[in-house]
Each structure stands twice: as C-alpha cells, then as structure tokens.
Design a protein around this ligand. Structure first.
Ligand code: SF4
Length: 269
C-alpha cells in the first residue's frame, strides 16, 4: 500500500488539532478525547495516502453518481455514466428533456434502473423548479437550507444529500456511511447503531469543520472498510487502525485481539 507524506494530504493543516472545538456537543454514548478522531485520520491517511475524491468531470456528474451508487458497486455506476455521456444526457437540461424510459435504459448497468431513472428525473425537476436549472444558483443556497431541500427530493436520503453537498460543491458536511458505523462501532467510539444524524453531528463537532478534511476522511473510511474492516471477517492484523482498537471495544472483547502498545506512525499526538 502506498505511503504518503503528510504534506501530500490536501488542505490539512499541521496545527489542525489545536482547532478542535472544545466542549462541542458529542455523541452521548461514548466520548473520545479531543483529537482522537484525528488520530484515526492520520493512521488511515498514512497507510492509504491522499484519496482526492470525487473523480468526476462536472458537479452534475457527481450528483448523478451519488444517486446511481445507491445499492451497487462503483464499477456499475461508471458504466451507466459512460452511457449517459455517450448519449449526451449528462447535463441537467438534457436529462430534464430525455424521456424516463430512455433514461432508465441508459442507467441500466447501475441496477434498480427504473427507480434510479425516476430519482434522477426528480432531481432535475427539482433543479428546474427551484433554481431554473442552475446548479450554481442551487449551490449558493446556505448549506443547512439546501440540505433540507435536497432531503425533500424523491430518492435523496441523508448520505446522498451529504455526498452531493460535499463532493459536488465543497459544502462542509460529513458523509456517514455503513463503513463509518462499522469502524467506529467496532472501536467503541459510537454505539454502532446506524443513527445517521447523531453520528454525523458527533463527527462534525469532533474534528475541524474543513471541507478538505471531511472529503478525505470519508474517502479513507470507505477504503479502510473495503480493505480491512470487512463485515464478517475484519482483517485487524493488517489494518492501520489496529493500534487504535481499544482493549475494551466490542470487537477486541469478542475476538480476543490484544491491541498493540505502539504509537501511531505520523500521529499528530
Ligand atoms: S482494526 Fe479491525 S475493527 Fe478496527 S478498523 Fe481495522 S479491521 Fe476494523
């Protein structure tokens, strides 16, 4: 796995820990010490290097990808997006005009294609109605207000809304996903319950509110989940977060794993 120097991580200030808000609201079930979540970030970043998500050509492509990636692998999304690009419907105006059955055929590789075509249509209709079809106008809306509006669109739930806000236009919101619940739950940082809003608020108030940090942190969690923290057989021995697995965490207790005593390479501590 490629190592990355800290200076390679975009937007992360060396003194970032000093700006962790003290006394901010935290999740009630478990309160890690201030800066603890940044140690997780450093460990994952040191092992995986900069992620630089999201690899899309336009903000609209990010939005389309965020909707199509629901319940499918990213490779399927890429095939669907390639179809949309070839058919020249990868703009809000073109997608607004294309008939829904035609759109469904184009996004077929992403699975649940009829439902996803309706979701895409719902979004471009929303964009047309609320912002006269302009993404620029839409993203000028204050973050919390736009988040509420996006959540009212058919097919856009919290994870999709936050992915759109963060990765399409750099709004500082943290994207929580199944890997976040799994990793932090196994480490006893959260109670492991998939309570999206509580976990999001907890993370957003535990690390500096920097768009670049939120972007990288979520991408690192996804990659750590895929590479090591698998659902049925976590590969703790090779995982960069193993030094941070507490002895009294649910997973350590159930598997008998004894955490390492060593400090983190590249830790800010
Ligand atoms: S150390 Fe184990 S439990 Fe922790 S993130 Fe890695 S694989 Fe998951």
């Amino acid at each position: 796995m490629r190592k990355a120097a800290r200076k390679d991580v975009p937007g992360i200030n060396k003194d970032v820990r000093k700006r962790v808000p003290r006394g901010a609201a935290r999740e009630a079930d478990a309160i890690p010490p201030s800066g603890e979540l940044l140690r997780y970030y450093e460990a994952m970043s040191g092992a995986l290097g900069p992620m630089r998500w999201w690899a899309a050509r336009t903000p609209f492509e990010v939005i389309v990808g965020a909707i199509l990636t629901q319940s499918t692998a990213w490779g399927n999304v890429e095939r669907a997006i390639a179809n949309l690009r070839s058919a020249r419907v990868l703009t809000p105006a073109a997608m607004f005009r294309v008939p829904t059955p035609r759109l469904a055929a184009l996004v077929r590789p992403s699975g649940y294609f009829r439902q996803k075509a309706k979701k895409l249509k719902a979004f471009v209709r929303f964009l047309e109605t609320e912002y006269r079809g302009s993404l620029e106008r839409m993203f000028l809306t204050p973050t919390s207000e736009l988040r509420e509006k996006l959540l009212s669109v058919h097919g856009i739930g919290p994870e999709t809304a936050d992915s759109i806000l963060l990765y399409a236009w750099n709004h500082p919101v943290f994207v929580v996903d199944a890997y976040t619940h799994r990793i932090f739950g196994r480490h006893g940082i959260t109670n492991g319950k998939p309570d999206y809003e509580r976990v999001r608020a907890f993370i957003e108030t535990s690390i500096p509110r920097q768009q670049e940090l939120f972007n990288e942190y979520h991408a690192l969690i996804v990659n750590t989940g895929k590479n090591w923290c698998r659902k049925s057989a976590p590969r703790c021995e090779e995982c960069p977060l193993r030094p941070l697995l507490p002895a009294n965490s649910p997973l350590a207790i159930s598997t008998g794993i004894v955490p390492l005593e060593t400090s983190l390479p590249g830790s800010l501590a």
